[in-house]
Design a protein around this ligand. Structure first.
Ligand code: SF4
Length: 323
């Protein structure tokens, strides 16, 4: 008898898509014959492309017609329809595809209570990757205690080898969508100098535009490679330094030890390095957390949450990890 046919929707962001992989793995292990299709943004499709737990990816690019996608999906049979996004767009897709959908509850109220009233009800904090399992209750699957996973292809590994320096290196990801989540460029430069002094080459990763966030000619340029080769580059790193960002989750998913810098957000929201070798570096400030996902400007105008994380502290965390 064929396994269940599962349709799973999570358009973005990158970290959220990566955090669906423990659930995808659990479904695959329980139902090796399952046929799982994931609907996601075209930009994030590469992180699922080589997964043995995913039999189909329906990529949605900006400007693509949601109704055409819905027509295709409606014409297929699904035993389980999981909406892990819960956005207006995913709700519209649910409506257009029809059938019974299952969802999970975002901790919006809990986040708001912590941000606006300082009331912490995340006790204990539940990782987002595990919250997703609520949508799949009917499949009878549980988290297996393992990390997120992204499979590196041979072609991507070859592209990464062409960029990677000889010997041990640390990858640094200075980008984040929202400005308040970003460490200052001068801090990144100072960290790179300290790591080089410790004999570690430093490779910058992220989009081509994010290269400007680390203006250091001695940093090996790994920017603008695309997600697949970037995953391979992270996989080869002795450690990765990143913000609370998609590339931080990508690093955990390829097995790289991670130093994660948290400022306006906090690990309790569910986005700490998941079941991986990871260390969160943060400062204790009464204004933290000030937002769920970061903002364009610091509401207090001092941005101490990131500025007060010193390069010396991060360098110590990195060297402790690679020792
Ligand atoms: S310093 Fe405080 S108010 Fe400013 S961005 Fe950081 S957490 Fe928010």
């Amino acid at each position: 008898m064929p396994g269940p046919r599962v349709l799973l929707v999570r358009f973005g962001a990158l970290g959220d898509v990566i955090l669906t992989t423990p659930l995808l793995r659990a479904i695959h292990r329980r139902y090796p014959d399952a046929a799982v299709t994931v609907v996601t943004k075209a930009a994030y499709a590469p992180v699922l492309a080589a997964s043995p737990a995913v039999q189909g990816v329906e990529p949605l690019a900006d400007g693509d017609d949601l109704r055409a996608l819905a027509r295709r999906l409606r014409a297929m049979h699904w035993d389980h329809r999981l909406d892990l996004h819960g956005s207006l767009r995913s709700r519209l897709l649910r409506l257009l595809v029809g059938g019974r959908w299952r969802t999970w509850r975002k901790p919006r109220l809990q986040r708001a209570a912590l941000i606006w009233a300082g009331v912490d009800t995340f006790r204990p904090p539940v990782p987002t990757a595990e919250r997703y399992f609520a949508a799949a209750r009917a499949l009878g699957v549980e988290p297996d205690g393992g990390p997120a996973e992204v499979h590196v292809t041979a072609a991507d590994a070859a592209r990464a080898r062409a960029v990677a320096p000889p010997g041990a290196y640390v990858a640094v990801a200075p980008g984040a969508r929202h400005a308040t989540k970003r460490w200052p460029p001068a801090h990144w430069r100072a960290l790179a100098a300290r790591l080089r002094a410790d004999g570690l080459a430093v490779v910058g990763v992220g989009t081509e535009a994010e290269r400007a966030l680390l203006p250091d000619p001695e940093v090996v340029n790994g920017f603008g490679l695309g997600l697949g080769p970037t995953a391979a580059l992270l996989h080869g790193a002795r450690a990765v330094v990143a913000h609370d960002s998609g590339l931080m989750h990508l690093a955990t998913a390829v097995g790289a030890p991670v130093v994660a810098l948290f400022g306006p957000t906090v690990p309790a929201f569910g986005y700490a390095p998941y079941r991986a070798r990871g260390l969160v570096v943060e400062t204790a400030l009464p204004c933290r957390p000030c937002s769920a996902f970061g903002r364009a400007h610091c509401p207090m105008r001092h941005h101490r949450c990131m500025i007060e994380i010193t390069p010396a502290r991060v360098a110590r965390a990195v060297t402790g990890m690679v020792a």
